[in-house]
Design a protein around this ligand. Structure first.
Ligand SMILES: [Zn+2]
Length: 95
């Protein structure tokens, strides 16, 4: 049976630091102001800090796999087609 993973959960702690490319140097950082707190709560982005170089920034805890992009495109095209078809049907009925 074919199983697809549309969204991959990942943990940026195990990724390279974007600044110094050091492995396993990132750790979660607390939000310092309301803006950071809001971003942290409403998006998949969390704040991380690098123990080695002091880099601080946002990293997403979700990523898209290569096949998921194709699925998303497929569903977007499908949705557009459905909207066009429903619109045609409605215009015939309403007439
Ligand atoms: Zn670093």
């Amino acid at each position: 049976m074919y199983k697809s993973k549309i969204i991959l959960k990942r943990n940026p702690i195990y990724e390279l630091c974007p600044s110094c490319q050091q492995k396993n140097s990132l750790h979660r950082s607390k939000a310092k102001n309301i803006k950071e707190d809001i971003i942290k709560k409403i998006t998949f982005y969390k704040i991380y800090r690098c123990k080695e170089c002091g880099w601080r920034g946002y990293k997403s805890s979700f990523g898209f796999s290569a096949s998921s992009v194709k699925y998303i495109l497929f569903y977007v095209v499908l949705l557009i087609l459905v909207v066009i078809i429903v619109d045609k049907i409605l215009s015939i009925i309403v007439k």
